[in-house]
Design a protein around this ligand. Structure first.
Ligand code: TEU
Ligand code: CA
Length: 560
């Protein structure tokens, strides 16, 4: 397998609005990021994935871009951005920007033009269709509730928006639009950035005719995913992007791909196909959703997690490359979701980090994950900010009379604002995030959970993550070793090995607050054992053929 720097890197995602405010307006900004680069250097990360900082009306907090080549006013200036990049590179930290080109903002100049008339030169930068007997052109449901079509009075047509009404989908069938995107990408690459994270990039090719989806239950709207996920021309477009842009730079690329399968993942990340380096897949993030999607809560089954992660590990091995993540700005915080954020918050946060960072792939750490930040529970829907949550609440409670308590429980459990409360820097007012009033409330547990406490406590999640990152640098087997699950049927233990040459790594995690007995499988023989990391004090020489695990315990041994 070819060695590559982006296979050996650890990425840290910054959601700028909630990271650090430098000017007291309650909104995170670029100067705030620059002020925290020493903290990131101490953690030891190699790349920052920076969620969008481009000009935006913030209907979807920057994922609705009105100028791809300028910085959002609230976040600062291009000069601030240049300074941040220089300060990152000075510390050996690379910058991956967020590329959001499945859609733009409806306030982008292209859309302002496009909606002026049917023959406007920019009309075909977007996807317009006449109505269907006074109704939307098809029955697709938006990811943010309602129809994916918005009627535009001026030209008596509808435009497509898979996300919010203010996020019209761009028409990738139009070669002029594609060229505009490639030119914009070169604009940022020529400024010296080191890669792109590509927002819902597997949505850009839609099936011809945009047909309605089967609707056996006669719902108002239904998911149209099968008609725009991994669409007919997706590989053609990504290969073209690679040839026109990506292949001319030494960069890291990751495509965010809801609905991607391992088979498709190989097609997107097979280095000989010249498309992308890796993808964000969502299978493990949908295991606690019932039928009908994320708001329909279902407890996680460890067997499902083992099956899903193992499938991605084994099917991409030697053929493609995995990204590894359990958190991001769209997901609830994993220590609350899959761990125990009460009695065993630190132990379970460390266990989850171990499980992820010892696998094959490029690990992604989301801001606050490294200090074990948890989900939040605001007292009323009015305190929530996320358009996905607010639209869903309006649709379910106000328009369809669903039980508000039940809907609020799904928001506490799965809402995206769980990940968007301000990073907790210290125990001073607003967790040291801002000297003003934060745009969204700080999690009240900041007095105990904050970076200052974590950095000063050698047993914190922070220092454990720092060690996980160091181990990845010290042992090739962690990056390049092949994965094999063991004790597959155990209900509480998730254990696996990594093999590289005659070296073996044994990773043992207890996904419970119980004390199950770990029994070494027969076939695993060795003469030397070295304990690389554990989240409890462990006697390094303890016999490991059979021992009781402590609640949420994690251990990694190097065997030879
Ligand atoms: O997310 C794509 C996406 O599918 C999300 O809607 C995700 O599945 C969902 O939010 C889970 O609750 C990307 C960005 O990461 C997200 O922040 C944006 O809202 C979305 O695209 C539109 O740009
Ligand atoms: Ca600010």
């Amino acid at each position: 397998m070819q060695k590559k720097w982006w296979k050996e890197a650890v990425v840290y995602q910054i959601y700028p609005r909630s990271f650090k405010d430098s000017n007291g307006d309650g909104i995170g900004d670029i100067k705030g990021i620059t002020s925290k680069l020493d903290y990131l250097q101490e953690l030891g990360i190699d790349v920052v994935w920076l969620s969008p900082v481009y000009k935006s009306p913030n209907d979807d907090n920057g994922y609705d871009i009105s100028d791809y080549r300028d910085i959002m006013d609230e976040f600062g200036t291009m000069a601030d951005w240049e300074e941040m990049l220089a300060e990152m590179h000075k510390r050996g930290i690379k910058l991956m920007m967020d590329l959001v080109v499945n859609h733009s903002s409806d306030e982008h100049a292209w859309f302002v033009e496009a909606r002026k008339s049917k023959d406007n030169p920019y009309r075909d930068y977007y996807i317009w269709r006449p109505g269907n007997d006074g109704k939307e052109p098809n029955n697709w449901e938006s990811a943010f509730s309602g129809s994916t079509w918005e009627y535009d009075e001026a030209t008596d047509e509808y435009f497509l928006h898979i996300f919010s009404k203010k996020q019209p989908d761009l028409n990738w069938e139009n070669p002029k639009l594609r060229e505009e995107v490639y030119d914009m990408m070169k604009f940022w690459l020529d400024k010296g950035i080191d890669g792109f994270r590509m927002d819902v990039i597997n949505f850009i090719s839609k099936v011809d005719g945009l047909p309605s989806a089967p609707n056996p239950e006669g719902k108002k709207y239904v998911s149209g995913h099968e008609y725009f996920m991994n669409g007919p021309r997706i590989h053609e477009f990504l290969h073209e992007m690679n040839q026109e842009v990506l292949s001319n730079y030494d960069i890291i690329t990751v495509g965010e791909m809801p609905g991607v399968t391992p088979e498709q993942g190989i097609l997107y990340t097979d280095e000989d196909r010249n498309e992308l380096n890796m993808v964000f897949q969502f299978e493990h993030m949908d295991l606690d959703s019932g039928p009908g999607g994320k708001w329909n809560l279902k407890p996680l089954e460890l067997a499902d997690l083992k099956k899903s992660l193992s499938k991605w590990q084994t099917e991409l091995e030697g053929k493609g490359w995995n990204s590894l993540y359990l958190n991001n700005h769209d997901q609830p915080r994993v220590v609350s979701r899959f761990g125990d954020d009460k009695q065993y918050r630190v132990e379970s946060a460390k266990m989850l980090g171990t499980l992820l960072h010892m696998m094959q792939g490029t690990p992604y750490i989301y801001q606050g994950e490294e200090i074990g930040m948890t989900n939040v529970k605001f007292s009323s829907i009015e305190e929530y900010k996320d358009i996905e949550t607010l639209n869903m609440y309006k649709d379910k409670v106000q328009e369809n009379g669903e039980d508000p308590e039940k809907v609020m429980l799904s928001i506490y459990t799965k809402g995206r604002d769980n990940a968007r409360t301000p990073v907790q820097w210290d125990a001073t007012a607003h967790a040291g995030f801002t000297t003003g009033t934060p745009w969204i409330q700080v999690n009240p547990n900041y007095t105990e959970i904050n970076a200052q406490q974590a950095v000063s406590d050698e047993n914190s999640v922070f220092h454990y993550y720092k060690k996980l990152i160091q181990l990845r640098k010290q042992h090739d087997i962690i990056v390049y070793g092949s994965y094999e699950i063991i004790l597959e049927d155990h209900n509480e233990i998730y254990a696996y090995t990594r093999t590289l040459g005659d070296e073996k790594l044994l990773v043992i995690t207890n996904f419970s607050g119980e004390t199950p007995t770990f029994t070494l499988p027969e076939g695993l023989s060795f003469t030397q054992q070295e304990l690389l990391i554990s989240n409890y004090d462990v006697n390094h020489d303890e016999k490991i053929n059979k021992f009781a695990l402590k609640p949420w315990e994690a251990r990694v041994y190097k065997l030879a």
